[in-house]
Design a protein around this ligand. Structure first.
Ligand SMILES: Nc1ncnc2c1ncn2[C@@H]1O[C@H](COP(=O)(O)OP(=O)(O)O)[C@@H](O)[C@H]1O
Ligand SMILES: [Mg+2]
Length: 272
């Protein structure tokens, strides 16, 4: 069984874009601003938001309330990630966000619990401690839903980050009242070429291989991956699942351009 310390650590890589995203969220949290983060599908918005907010640990604790004490780093956790359902109503949004905030305050209380004073703590209800709400898939919110989120943010003096697809900004700009409150807009970009090299070294290692930057075959394969994926994380993952398969079937130990192209052919959708 996974111990709670291991939850959420999985394969997340700290990229430059992730660091920029964290800075952006921190600014919105500190200043209680409304911020907007937009980017193409698959660049890593959802996974970054969840990593930043320790969502895996929070969800694990919600499902297993008596299982473990929250890990140390939950002491400072002040963020929730909320994903509205496709058909959402303001009432439902309000209820779901309240539930997440409610859960967070108990987790933070437990994480801060002094072992010697366990009893004295267990009777009082902790104060709400949410300082930032990240709304993933914010494109799903209609005007009333957006108004509901703004109201929650205003009442609680909570920062708000709306995460969505490119075009979100344009949509929000039609709602003057909300738009005037947006303090920052942030684009979540695909991986740069230099960073792709770093990620691909990691991918090669995952398959038990070593990427040699001075090896022509390796670099040719790297170029092919970059050309096909354009630095899109989801496409990289999908492509490598196929590369792994092709290497195994053919008992190969080298990723060549041919291997990459064959992998690509197996991924019909979203690769053109
Ligand atoms: N920093 C990262 N480390 C590891 N894998 C990542 C990272 N960013 C993205 N991915 C991979 O890309 C996939 C798509 O990311 P996701 O956050 O769902 O994209 P988006 O929300 O922008 O559409 C993830 O499921 C994951 O496999
Ligand atoms: Mg997403």
């Amino acid at each position: 069984m996974k111990t709670i310390e291991k939850i959420g650590e999985s394969d997340f890589l700290i990229t430059k874009e992730y660091k920029r995203f964290v800075e952006f969220c921190e600014a919105c949290r500190r200043n209680r601003y409304i911020g907007m983060c937009y980017g193409l599908p698959g660049v890593g918005k959802t996974i970054s938001a969840r990593h930043y907010a320790h969502s895996d640990v929070l969800e694990y604790l919600a499902a297993n309330p008596r299982e473990d004490n929250p890990p140390e780093d939950m002491k400072q956790c002040r963020t929730i990630v909320y994903t509205p359902t496709v058909s959402n109503t303001p009432k439902q949004i309000d209820a779901e966000v309240s539930k997440l905030r409610h859960h967070l305050k108990f987790v933070v209380r437990d994480a801060n619990r002094d072992e010697n004073s366990e009893l004295s703590h267990s009777f009082h209800t902790p104060e709400d401690c949410t300082e930032l709400i990240i709304v993933d898939e914010a494109d799903r919110l209609r005007l009333q839903g957006l108004e509901q989120m703004r109201d929650i943010s205003d009442r609680g003096r909570i920062g708000l980050v709306l995460v969505g697809m490119p075009g979100l900004e344009k949509r929000l700009s039609r709602h003057a009242q909300l738009y005037s409150r947006v303090g920052f807009a942030h684009e979540y970009k695909p991986l740069s070429r230099e960073e792709m090299l770093f990620i691909l070294e990691h991918k090669w290692r995952e398959l038990g291989l070593t990427l040699q930057p001075d090896d022509f075959t390796d670099m040719e394969a790297v170029s092919a991956v970059i050309r096909i994926t354009h630095g899109n994380f989801r496409l990289i993952q999908r492509l490598f699942t196929q590369i792994d398969r092709i290497l195994k079937i053919n008992e190969l130990r080298t990723i060549t351009t041919e291997v990459v192209d064959t992998a690509r052919e197996n991924l019909v959708i979203g690769m053109s």
